[in-house]
Write a protein that binds this ligand. Structure first.
Ligand SMILES: [Zn+2]
Length: 197
């Protein structure tokens, strides 16, 4: 049985580290004040106080489609924390999405699509590595020859580039209305991406 993840990614822009810390506080305050996740996180791995796991609270059901399917089909009820939220902070931007599916991408200049590229061995993986090494991931369009950073390409399925993401595990699909409210509260652009592990 697979686990269903959704990342709420703070889209990368020249945000300073203090601005990202502010966004993190705004997002978590929103989730805590509305009783969407528990205030007290538990260490996901003992000894790593930076990486905490916040259990889902009853109002999380208001943020998702089909809350009646909350425990199905993805949830393992034997686990102590059947579902919750964790914060992923990175020093350099990375792409969030499903690296196990074939990825179609559309050039931001000529809008031409390249279909079904594998993330592991294609221009995508070069751009991804450059992104992690240097903070920018140039990708050349075979149709028009223009070079644009991977973050400006449109993806199908969607992917998003950022240094900060809030990841929920085994929640049903998040409502776009919830994401809009969260984005307004944090004064930044957020994008939801999903993947299975
Ligand atoms: Zn192009």
């Amino acid at each position: 049985m697979s686990d269903f993840w959704q990342s709420i990614v703070v889209l990368d822009s020249p945000h300073s580290a203090p601005r990202l810390a502010e966004i993190e506080i705004s997002v978590m305050s929103f989730l805590w004040d509305r009783d969407i996740v528990a205030r007290d996180g538990v260490e996901e791995t003992p000894g790593f106080p930076d990486k905490k796991w916040y259990a889902s609270r009853p109002n999380a059901a208001r943020c998702v489609h089909t809350p009646e399917k909350w425990n199905w089909p993805y949830c393992d009820l034997d686990l102590k924390m059947p579902h919750g939220l964790t914060i992923d902070r990175r020093k350099r931007p990375m792409s969030y999405g499903d690296c196990n599916v074939e990825q179609s991408i559309s050039c931001p200049e000529c809008l031409q699509w390249q279909e079904d590229l594998p993330w592991h061995e294609s221009p995508l993986s070069d751009a991804e590595h450059a992104l992690e090494d240097s903070g920018s991931g140039p990708l050349t369009c075979p149709a028009c020859g223009k070079v644009n950073d991977i973050r400006y390409w449109l993806g199908d399925p969607p992917f998003a580039v950022g240094k900060l993401a809030f990841e929920v595990w085994n929640w049903p699909k998040l409502k776009s209305e919830f994401l809009r409210e969260l984005s307004a509260a944090a004064h930044c652009e957020l994008q939801r991406v999903e993947y299975l592990t």
